[in-house]
Design a protein around this ligand. Structure first.
Ligand SMILES: Nc1nc2c(ncn2[C@@H]2O[C@H](COP(=O)(O)OP(=O)(O)OP(=O)(O)O)[C@@H](O)[C@H]2O)c(=O)[nH]1
Ligand SMILES: [Mg+2]
Length: 339
């Protein structure tokens, strides 16, 4: 298929073409890049929503509920087309979690207005892979209005989801035990909306009190001093750029759907808040800037790798390993090598 035919098929909702292109993006093929480039002008429309939290808090169940709410809104608004990306933190080969998620989402499967895809998170540091950005952009370009991105909250991912999403939802549950402490300690700073799911379980009142007091604190103390490094600071910066928004705490029972309407309304309110305060465009600009920088870094390194003399590289490495030349100097020398 020519590039033009392919992009036309994608824009007209061809799901087979979509699945194929997503695989090409994941495999970083040239075709994938070309399609993304051709469709780039159509991006920047979708509401990207990150759903993060500890394992087992009910993110997938909640995501499926939310998708249904966007498809059949209880309030009088147009149904929206929903893309779901479940970022699986486990190795692409284990597959267990992915399968579980698929089963939970199966009753959405017959709906043409919903597209579900599981992705491996392959970032070198365990973060979201660059492919997550790209696949989200593709879904945006082919007309999904809302993109729900589920990730397991685990350090690096949290920061990256804040960068990718317009709205970040952090999901906690009363049966998390010590994890409520973890949420209080850091992840709270990234939440635009905090969800306490499994509100049917014992201990919900205690968990609610703990989260409420943590939210109060987060509202007054934006400084972050637990020494967890500069990634945290990035997240805080983003957090700090949202004056006038107080993250609400919403109790849900994803199993029965209780609280989903409130959550949906809260997401709409956050979107309005972003648009009114010009933060929507600012978020998009920040994401695109970081994408461009990532690409530049990747290409520069790739170019250098392609042309470096392997013998010279080995020599340089050897002199570093024997403490004769510093890595700082060796890098400069290698970059100076004639082409
Ligand atoms: N009691 C109760 N159980 C729930 C609720 N929501 C989800 N669960 C159950 O909690 C378990 C985990 O739900 P998932 O939706 O897979 O949670 P998850 O956060 O996506 O899990 P991972 O993706 O593996 O991190 C499942 O057995 C769900 O049926 C709820 O509101 N109440
Ligand atoms: Mg899940």
């Amino acid at each position: 298929m020519t590039l033009k035919n392919n992009t036309e098929a994608l824009r007209s909702g061809d799901r087979i073409a979509l699945a194929k292109t997503i695989s090409q993006i994941e495999d970083q093929t040239e075709e994938g890049r070309q399609v993304l480039s051709a469709l780039f002008p159509y991006t920047g429309q979708a509401h990207m929503i990150g759903i993060t939290g500890s394992p087992g808090t009910g993110k997938s169940t909640l995501t499926a509920r939310l998708a249904r709410e966007f498809r059949n809104p209880s309030v009088d608004i147009q149904p929206q087309r929903v893309g779901i990306l479940a970022v699986d933190p486990t190795s692409p080969f284990s597959g267990g979690a992915v399968l579980g998620d698929r089963v939970r989402m199966r009753d959405l499967a017959g709906d043409e207005g919903v597209y579900i895809r599981s992705m491996a998170s392959r970032g070198a540091l365990g973060g979201l892979s660059a492919a997550t950005d790209s696949v989200a952009a593709l879904l945006d370009a082919v007309g999904y209005d809302v993109i729900l991105i589920e990730t397991v909250g685990a350090g690096q991912d949290d920061v990256e989801i804040v960068r990718l999403a317009h709205t970040t939802i952090v999901v906690a549950a009363p049966d998390q035990g010590d994890d409520i402490q973890a949420i209080k300690a850091g992840i709270l700073e990234i939440a635009d909306i905090l969800v306490l799911n499994k509100a049917d379980l014992p201990g919900v009142d205690r968990a609610e009190r703990a989260l409420c007091s943590a939210l109060e604190l987060a509202g007054t103390h934006r400084t972050f001093n637990d020494g967890s490094g500069h990634h945290r600071e990035q997240a805080i910066e983003l957090h700090d750029s949202r004056p006038g928004w107080r993250p609400p705490l919403i109790k849900t029972i994803a199993l029965s759907g209780e609280g989903t309407v409130e959550l949906h309304q809260s997401i709409a309110a956050h979107r309005q808040y972003l648009v009114d305060g010009k933060l929507w465009d600012a978020k998009n600009a920040a994401r695109l800037t970081s994408m461009l920088e990532k690409q530049l870094r990747e290409h520069l390194y790739q170019n250098w790798q392609n042309r470096v003399d392997q013998k010279a590289y080995k020599r340089a490495l050897k002199s570093v390993l024997s403490y004769r030349v510093s890595p700082y100097q060796a890098a400069i020398d290698l970059l100076k090598q004639p082409e």
